[in-house]
Ligand binder design. Structure first.
Ligand code: ZN
Length: 100
């Protein structure tokens, strides 16, 4: 098992739709919706920022997990990706390849 990933939440907040869409394409993670079979996924945004969700951990009150919701444009089904994992990968990829 690898070490837990740590990323500054302000870096997660700074991620753009372009960066996330490039990540989704690199990882081939826009597979068809398990509920309806369509393949058009939406990123939600609010006031110019991508919407991330956070949940407190029930056993460590000061800790939380940040997720990136993807919404199926056809049926509304939602998937959640671990936003810290996504951000870490984007940061590492851009350090190696530069920003597109
Ligand atoms: Zn769907």
């Amino acid at each position: 098992m690898s070490e837990p990933t740590k990323v500054d939440p302000s870096y997660i907040k700074s991620l753009t739709a372009d960066q996330i869409n490039q990540y989704l394409q690199r990882k081939d993670c826009e597979r068809p919706c398990e509920a309806c079979g369509h393949s058009d996924w939406l990123l939600d945004a609010w006031k110019g920022h991508i919407v991330f969700l956070s949940s407190n951990l029930p056993y460590i009150t000061e800790a939380f997990m940040i997720t990136l919701p993807l919404t199926c444009s056809f049926c509304g089904n939602m998937r959640q990706l671990n936003a810290t994992r996504v951000a870490r990968d984007i940061k590492d990829w851009e350090a190696e390849h530069g920003q597109e």
